[in-house]
Design a protein around this ligand. Structure first.
Ligand SMILES: Nc1nc2c(c(=O)[nH]1)N[C@H]1C(S)=C(S)[C@@H](COP(=O)(O)OP(=O)(O)OC[C@H]3O[C@@H](n4cnc5c(=O)[nH]c(N)nc54)[C@H](O)[C@@H]3O)O[C@H]1N2
Ligand SMILES: Nc1nc2c(c(=O)[nH]1)N[C@H]1C(S)=C(S)[C@@H](COP(=O)(O)OP(=O)(O)OC[C@H]3O[C@@H](n4cnc5c(=O)[nH]c(N)nc54)[C@H](O)[C@@H]3O)O[C@H]1N2
Ligand SMILES: [Mo]
Length: 831
């Protein structure tokens, strides 16, 4: 094959050209480069090593710098994760850094208004309020709500200052909304967090199961890998479980489009079929698991016919899926928000683990489960204990683990709160609502758009008695409700490490200076710790590091001997070559591709991160219960019965409503709305409904419609798609603050944020909110009158009638250079 180069409109073709590879062959290199108009590659003065911060793939890239300014990006050819490829957000999203409306100075509230001030004034207020609250009310009056988008060094520092400095149990990340179910499912099955499989398994699998995961849009580079396998020799067959016609669903051998909220019923039927046909690995089960008998008896009655009635999927189709999953030699499964944010989240995610355990599909090439992450650094939030767990996957119920952490921090064990389960984010907002949390420090997240039931969130954040600190790049919907706003530096403007969904650690270096007086989050946390004068038990400073690298070294000491062992990594080792998977220590100096290659290693009662929970109630098990269930530390096969979703459609709210993402935007769009190519591809909210539902209501493409639930309403234009009948979909990217478009933050003008409609409810085990299951009404507001929905045509949101709307394209501004080993000289069709 010859080397090739092509220029491709990567808005029209989000996945670019194909580089086919057969089973067990290495994935060819394809380097994607985007430079802003007028900049030639030869003019780039520096290429600075980084990794993507707009999803959990960890696509490695270099940032192009000219005269101290970012001018583009290029994929890193030698990286194990992406082999040079970048997705649309990676290619264009960096432009937001230079947006003229970046925060450049701190703000404080004066006479009801936010006014600019210097750092001393802003930090002085925060410190004064912290001291006052600690004195008058104790550590439980302070809460910290952080992100899945900061760096490892920042989370670790925050975890130490919040837990051992302040001594509060109220520290959680927006990872609660994102991957707390991934973490919980791994803890339930394997005793400990940590991704068993890895992305290379895509190169080896013969069947790939996608459970509630729109991989093409949310992890576009790994979808490129799947597409390349589909076009190569010996392609894998896909089983896709998603109620929408996602790109993966369109390429699947079996697509199951269940009624939302019924994942457990469907999975139990799949397990029933596999056990009935005895497609189980009895040796693996005997050697490495406990609990199989209970699972077998629990799913005995769960026939495909039974599930067909609940899920509204043909029983025969369930049988076909079970056949593929049951006969695969190398099965790879991925699970994401269609499970994690849906009803019975943990119970369902655990059934996917069970599928792998009973089939012995773990720990070898192509056989792995990916309980996916979503945010770029969510893994680090979890490892560092900024998510509510203890750092290093230590078990808060195990006194030896708490003592060990106290040793690392040189504090008394009693200084680390572990009297109760760590407070989860939904509970923290409840405490703020009730008035026991008086100060809430929000870093790197925009809860006024991303939490459920926004009218409630707004009223909590706007309370006079709650002192709110918001640390962000922009004056977001949340920042506008704050008492103090701190301007943060971000990706490309600061150095640090982070870890993707398959345990790959990347270093991301500073390429340019942050705007104005914006500071790295690490510097802000260190400044706060210094001003608060936190001390260890010998009177020395609690926090002994001063920059990213020294923070990383401190974290390494905390991770030593734990599953996420970083002791074999250094900044030097991560620089130059790229992408090393933890655990990385003396035994595995080049990192570890797969966990559990030689049995289950972190489930023993002495070492496990968790003793597990009841999947239906969330009640935590005690050490003695766990020890008697699993004395030898095997994998736990945990069965769960199906329960109907909490909110069922009725006469007033006849539809089911689900929410999610599109390929061009990231979350609340603070970055992607400021990248012209991405913004233009999907500039406004829309509502998806099926052909038959639209026909029944007399609605058509582009009609302005209103979606109402018992919580609130939103308006958007209608896109008629091949989504399952009875289901509506709304992307959650569009905040309520857009005065130009006539959406106001006052709550009087009609909203456009999906979370105006979602419910305050969460999974009992993982405490992850239910963004995916609600009942809703749909009505016409205004006829299309020549408009069409501002939804992409390249994705799951494609119009059912392709000729109904003009195709989504990016034109010249979206041209990206692809160069690599070889690829066919043609543009791939977008679906
Ligand atoms: N382009 C883009 N990529 C992203 C992000 C982004 O904002 N934009 N965010 C990143 C983050 S933080 C995350 S968490 C991930 C999320 O990545 P995904 O989980 O892939 O994305 P979602 O759109 O939230 O949901 C996935 C699918 O769940 C389906 N679904 C809804 N309800 C159910 C159900 O009850 N059962 C089943 N089986 N499926 C259901 C929806 O139809 C949807 O297609 O994406 C990451 N990558
Ligand atoms: N209805 C519905 N709601 C959802 C979801 C859904 O599928 N449906 N998905 C949920 C999921 S999975 C997630 S992950 C959340 C995401 O929800 P959020 O975390 O609220 O969304 P983001 O827009 O990513 O917010 C990140 C904020 O951090 C800022 N930021 C970026 N980089 C930095 C930095 O380096 N430092 C600092 N200090 N700030 C920075 C950004 O400007 C932005 O304001 O939304 C959840 N909400
Ligand atoms: Mo997420």
């Amino acid at each position: 094959m010859e080397a090739a180069e092509a220029s491709v409109d990567r808005i029209a073709h989000p996945w670019g050209s194909r580089t086919p590879h057969g089973a067990d062959e290495p994935w060819p290199v394809r380097v994607d480069t985007y430079l802003e108009p007028g900049v030639e590659a030869s003019r780039v003065q520096r290429w600075v090593q980084a990794s993507s911060i707009l999803h959990s793939d960890g696509d490695a890239m270099d940032i192009a710098v000219v005269d101290g300014r970012m001018v583009g990006v290029r994929g890193r050819a030698d990286d194990r994760v992406n082999r040079g490829r970048l997705g649309p957000k990676d290619l264009f999203g960096w432009q937001a850094n230079a947006s003229p409306d970046r925060l450049t100075l701190p703000l404080v509230r004066e006479g009801g208004r936010l006014v600019e001030c210097d750092w001393d004034t802003a930090m002085g207020r925060i410190v004064a309020r912290s001291r006052e609250l600690l004195e008058e009310r104790g550590p439980g009056a302070l809460g910290f709500y952080t992100s899945g988008q900061l760096y490892l060094e920042e989370y670790y520092t925050l975890a130490v200052l919040a837990r051992a400095g302040i001594g509060t149990n109220h520290l959680d990340g927006n990872t609660r909304l994102c991957t707390s179910t991934a973490a919980e499912a791994l803890k339930e099955s394997f005793g400990c967090d940590g991704q068993p499989g890895c992305y290379d398994d895509i190169d080896h699998a013969d069947v790939i199961g996608l459970f509630g995961h729109n991989i093409a849009e949310t992890q576009p580079v790994q979808w490129m890998r799947v597409l390349d396998r589909l076009e190569g020799a010996d392609p894998p067959r896909l089983v896709c479980v998603d109620p929408r016609p996602t790109p993966a669903a369109r390429r699947a051998a079996v697509h199951l489009a269940p009624r939302i909220g019924t994942n457990v019923a469907l999975l139990n039927a799949l397990l029933h079929e596999i056990i009935r046909a005895d497609r189980v690995d009895h040796d693996y089960i005997a050697a490495h698991t406990v609990g199989f008998e209970e699972l077998a008896s629990r799913v005995e009655e769960c026939t495909p016919r039974w599930a067909a009635g609940i899920c509204d999927v043909p029983a025969a189709r369930i049988g076909e899926a079970a056949e593929l999953l049951g006969t695969a030699d190398r099965l790879l499964s991925t699970v994401l928000q269609g499970v994690y944010q849906s009803h019975q989240a943990t119970a369902a995610a655990v059934q996917v683990n069970n599928l792998h355990l009973i089939r012995g599909m773990l720990g070898r090439p192509g056989a792995g489960v990916l309980q996916m992450n979503g945010q770029p650094t969510a893994q680090n939030t979890r490892e560092c204990g900024a998510n509510g767990d203890l750092p290093g996957f230590r078990n808060w119920q195990n006194d030896a683990h708490v003592a060990d952490l106290a040793r690392v921090w040189n504090v008394e064990p009693s200084a680390i709160p572990h009297y109760a389960p760590p407070t989860h984010a939904m509970q923290m907002f409840r405490y703020a609502e009730q008035g026991s949390i008086h100060m809430l420090w929000i870093s790197g997240t925009n809860p006024a758009v991303s939490l459920p039931e926004l009218s409630r969130v707004r009223s909590i954040l706007a309370q006079e008695r709650l002192f709110t600190v918001v640390q962000d790049l922009f004056l977001t919907e949340t920042a506008q409700l704050a008492d103090v706003v701190l301007p943060a530096a971000t990706w490309g403007e600061k150095t640090g490490t982070f870890t993707n969904a398959d345990r790959t650690v990347h270093l991301s270096d500073k390429a340019v200076e942050p705007p104005g007086e914006a500071r790295p989050d690490l510097d802000i946390f260190l400044d706060y710790a210094a001003r608060m004068d936190f001390r260890d038990k010998d009177g020395g400073p609690l926090i002994t590091w001063h920059d990213p690298e020294s923070a990383f070294e401190a974290w390494k000491r905390c991770s030593a001997g734990r599953p996420c062992d970083y002791t074999g990594l250094t900044y030097d080792k991560l620089r130059g070559r790229s992408g090393i998977q933890w655990p990385c220590d003396e035994q595995a100096p080049d990192g570890t591709q797969r966990l559990y290659t030689d049995g289950i290693s972190w489930a023993h009662p002495d070492v496990c991160e968790s003793y597990g929970k009841d999947l239906l109630t969330g009640a935590t098990a005690e050490a003695v219960e766990y020890r008697s269930l699993n004395p030898d530390g095997k994998a736990v096969i945990k069965a769960a019965g199906y329960l109907p979703p909490h909110e069922a459609p009725d006469e007033d709210h006849p539809f089911q409503l689900t929410t999610g993402r599109t390929v061009y935007h990231f979350h609340t769009r603070t970055k992607t709305a400021r990248a012209p190519q991405l913004n233009a591809a999907a500039p406004e909210v829309w509502v998806e409904a099926s052909v038959s539902d639209a026909a029944a209501l007399g609605l058509g493409e582009g009609d302005l419609v209103e979606v109402t639930t018992p919580r609130g309403a939103l308006r958007g234009r209608l896109r008629v798609t091949d989504i399952r009948t009875g289901l509506l979909f709304v992307p959650f990217h569009y905040g309520y603050w857009d005065t130009e478009a006539g959406h106001g933050p006052d709550g009087r003008t009609p909203g456009r944020a999906a979370n105006e409609t979602t419910v305050t409810d969460w999974d009992p085990a993982s405490k992850q909110p239910l963004f995916k299951t609600a009942a809703a009404a749909l009505r016409l507001v205004e006829r299309a009158d020549g408009h069409h929905a501002p939804a992409p045509t390249t994705t799951a949101s494609a119009a059912s009638r392709a000729d109904a709307v003009p195709p989504t394209t990016g034109g010249t501004p979206a041209l990206v250079t692809q160069s690599g080993d070889a690829f066919p000289d043609r543009e791939e069709d977008a679906r």
